[in-house]
Design a protein around this ligand. Structure first.
Ligand code: HEM
Length: 474
């Protein structure tokens, strides 16, 4: 009966091409190996083109590459494809459709709009500037102890966690604070056991054997939620006017409305957790790629430094409102994102009704993975796309000035990255302040770096992240 149903499905639609798939496991074995999932998907693209279909366990998944097709899915059909498959095993059992990432209810739209307003709010932004200034002082004091090259991952991780914490919770923690260590560890464990790539999402019967993993995930989620509940209670006890972080903005202006549109406590707690989960690795990985590119292109690094010294000077912190005065530095960060963004695919989308993409049918409820990197290297929009050339972004600060959909490190359409504004703010602030105060090199500056990447649960990371040397400038 199953085979007959599949055959009927196949003849009714003009489906995208794809390889033969094993019963039950489908093409999963062909996607697993030391090169990483993304690499194997790119191999299928070579054979089947920009739109193809793989069977990942029990799910048919359509992969979509290329500017025009990505636009068709995320923009033209954006209203029909903005939902998440929260019926997959882990989203259903652990996230329960709450928060942002796996939420398809009005509560998601409401939370997204409060998060956007919070990122644009001048009091929140001013408060974030103060947190960032403190954070950079701490960063600098740690760096000053080191005279040689070393692994900066730990420091960038702490700095980005504290930045997210300042935005969401209105708090920064010292690096050895037990609450910070607990939240970070629990988030990391939770993130690893509930990431979309976990096999139970594709072969749900496996969950019968891995229940302990999900019990631990649920326990970790509850520990983190309890920490957030304590912080929310503190905020209720000490109201602040005007509010200067996301939680305060939500509590003081939107909680009552939230209750009307169905946003419950679990949505709020899960939304904060989602922001930490989606944000912390992307900030860390993006900063690593930026530092590597600045090491590899010392002349670009010097040019950014000259601009910063000329416009802002050496003694004063660079602030996010300095962006418009430092166009070359902004262009450099964008060019690095264009070539080395850590995000390969959007989160899963699915169409609520049958749609067409690139002349193929994508039936209702089919999982879709939409690739974000190919449009950023499309020859139609980018001259010599493989060449690192920050100048191409000069005069284009607002992405609105670029042809739609050719620069999509943050995705596009109704579910684009809701952390985009704070992500841009963080990278600009950290990177410019490092460039202003330090010469960025490695132990062997004469050796060009390898930009090979490795795909993990959390995105593309440098395969060989070097030890970085930050030489303090006079
Ligand atoms: C440079 C860093 C970042 C990059 C490249 C990035 C990229 C992306 C992409 C491509 C998506 C998928 C959009 C889709 O499914 O269509 C996404 C979703 C998301 N991102 Fe980011 N992101 C970054 C940083 C952040 C930060 C710092 C936060 C939190 C403060 C964040 C929070 C989110 C959330 C919550 C979603 C899910 C949105 C939804 O389901 O409606 N991201 N991001």
């Amino acid at each position: 009966a199953y085979a007959a149903a599949c055959a009927m499905w196949r003849t009714r639609y003009r489906l995208p091409p794809g390889p033969w798939a094993w019963p039950i496991i489908g093409n999963l074995p062909q996607l697993k190996g030391k090169e990483g999932f993304y690499h194997y998907v790119l191999e299928f693209r070579k054979t089947y083109g920009d739109i193809f279909r793989l069977k990942m366990g029990v799910h048919e998944v359509v992969f979509v590459f290329g500017h025009q097709h990505v636009q068709e899915v995320l923009c033209k059909n954006g209203a029909l494809t903005s939902n998440r498959p929260n019926w997959m095993y882990i989203p259903n059992k652990i996230f329960k459709g709450k928060g942002i990432v796996w939420n398809n209810r009005d509560a998601c739209k409401a939370l997204r709009s409060v998060l956007k307003l919070a990122q644009e709010d001048s009091y929140v932004v001013a408060s974030l500037q103060r947190y960032l200034a403190t954070e950079f002082d701490v960063f600098q004091s740690h760096v000053k102890d080191k005279s040689s090259a070393y692994d900066l991952e730990y420091l960038i991780g702490q700095t980005s966690f504290n930045f997210l914490s300042a935005f969401l919770l209105g708090k920064r923690y010292s690096y050895d604070d037990p609450t910070m260590i607990e939240i970070r560890n629990k988030l990391a464990e939770f993130g690893a056991s509930t990431a979309s790539a976990n096999p139970e999402n594709y072969l749900p019967f496996l969950a019968n054997f891995t229940q302990a993993k999900f019990q631990t995930a649920a326990a970790n989620q509850e520990i983190v939620f309890n920490r957030f509940r304590e912080i929310i209670q503190e905020k209720r006890n000490t109201p602040e006017d005007p509010p200067t972080d996301f939680l305060r903005i939500y509590l003081s202006n939107y909680e009552k409305e939230g209750l009307k549109n169905g946003t419950c406590e679990a949505d709020l707690l899960q939304a904060v957790m989602d922001m930490f989960l989606a944000g912390k690795d992307n900030l860390l990985l993006s900063t690593k790629w930026i530092l590597m590119a600045l090491v590899n292109y010392p002349e670009v690094q010097s040019k950014c430094r000259s601009e910063i010294h000329q416009v802002i000077g050496q003694g004063q912190r660079v602030q996010s409102q300095d962006r418009s005065r430092t166009p070359y530095t902004v262009a450099t960060i964008k060019e690095i994102q264009r070539l080395y963004s850590p995000v390969t695919f959007t989160v899963f989308h699915y169409p609520e009704q049958d749609i067409q993409v690139g002349g193929y049918d994508v039936p209702k409820d089919t999982l879709m993975m939409i690739e974000c990197k190919a449009p950023c290297r499309d020859k139609q929009f980018w001259k010599d796309p493989e060449v690192f050339n920050p100048d191409r972004f000069l005069g284009i600060d607002g992405e609105g000035q670029l042809p739609e959909g050719c620069f999509i490190p943050y995705g596009e359409g109704p579910r684009y990255c809701i952390g985009k504004y704070v992500a841009d703010m963080f990278m600009y602030f950290l990177v410019t302040n490092i460039i202003q105060n330090f010469k960025i090199t490695t132990k062997h500056p004469e050796q060009p770096l390898s930009f090979e990447n490795a795909f993990s649960f959390f995105g593309l990371q440098p395969l060989h992240f070097p030890e970085i040397k930050l030489e303090a400038l006079e």
